[in-house]
Design a protein around this ligand. Sequence first.
Ligand code: SF4
Ligand code: SF4
Length: 167
Amino acid sequence: MAIGVKVVRRPDSVSYLRATLKGMTLTFGHLFRRKVTMQYPEEKSEPGWSLSPRWRGTHRMLTDEQGRAKCVACGLCPQICPANCIKLVPGEDEDGHRYPLIYEIDEFRCVFCGYCQEVCPEEAIHVGVHYENAEYDRGRFVYDLERLCAQTHPVSSLWDPADPRGE
Ligand code: SF4
Ligand code: SF4
């Protein structure tokens, strides 16, 4: 089989000049466009931009009227969690009601898939519309039940197949 050889000519200096001008035109064009940078943390949203209601961030445990965690220690969320970051030790009171003796989520290991929220039969545990959970100490990322119940940020909306784009 014959081998064809294609000779590629080195660009001349006019080509370099044209490419440079094209790049500079693009760069200067951006000077006159609307700025999209927000001065975080002073600004966290602006008209036309805010976190999606489906954002999955820091967890929150919802409570009942008496302020008790809604969790009934069914064990589904630690079972489904792909990151194995939920620790649950179930307990039972004298009336046979189950409740979590220990319930902890390691936010550092969590991948924020939202499965725990989807699977919870009591709608107790939720991922939240919240991301400001930086810590200086690794251990502080393990949220115990008290801390999960004390969160007040909005909870995430689940994905709705009837409205796949969330509009
Ligand atoms: S969001 Fe996903 S990874 Fe995080 S705790 Fe829930 S199930 Fe586990
Ligand atoms: S799925 Fe809900 S009720 Fe069951 S252990 Fe998890 S948080 Fe508790």
